[in-house]
Ligand binder design. Sequence first.
Ligand SMILES: [Zn+2]
Length: 174
Amino acid sequence: MSALEKRAASARVQAAWAALARVQDPEIPVISLCDLGVVRDVREAGGVLEIVLTPTYSGCPATEVIAQDARTAVEAAGLGPAATVLQRAPAWTTDWISPAGRAALRAYGIAPPGPVPPEQAQPICVTRRRQPPVPCPRCASRRTERIAPFGSTPCKALYRCLDCREPFEHFKPI
Ligand SMILES: [Zn+2]
């Protein structure tokens, strides 16, 4: 590949990232696929733009919609044929949600995930540490309680604020 071709390829990849940054998650339409950390890589492979995606959790029913939306966004931006590649390892973690993504979740009324607890990262550890409180996304009170382990999707839990009395969803750290 000549230097000129290399520069054109990298401009195309950059434009693809910009197009993908405008694609919202189908389940949480306030956060982009890039801020969610689902888009892992964009690369040129034989004239096709390959978008590497890691689904938020295995069996997520939105995965096919996300892949279709990503291809459509890149092709609609005039960047030529696009393909998606699913990369399941390493597994997606809520630690990949960007600071902008966390702010968008909070503004939408979903308590963003905290850092992944160390006991999940170290399966040998047997003592269970108390989960830190999940602050209310509306009034920031830390006096909240979990109502249900699952919210509108399996990746969220349902909470209630004891101060403003509002129920809210918490994106569970995984
Ligand atoms: Zn509250």
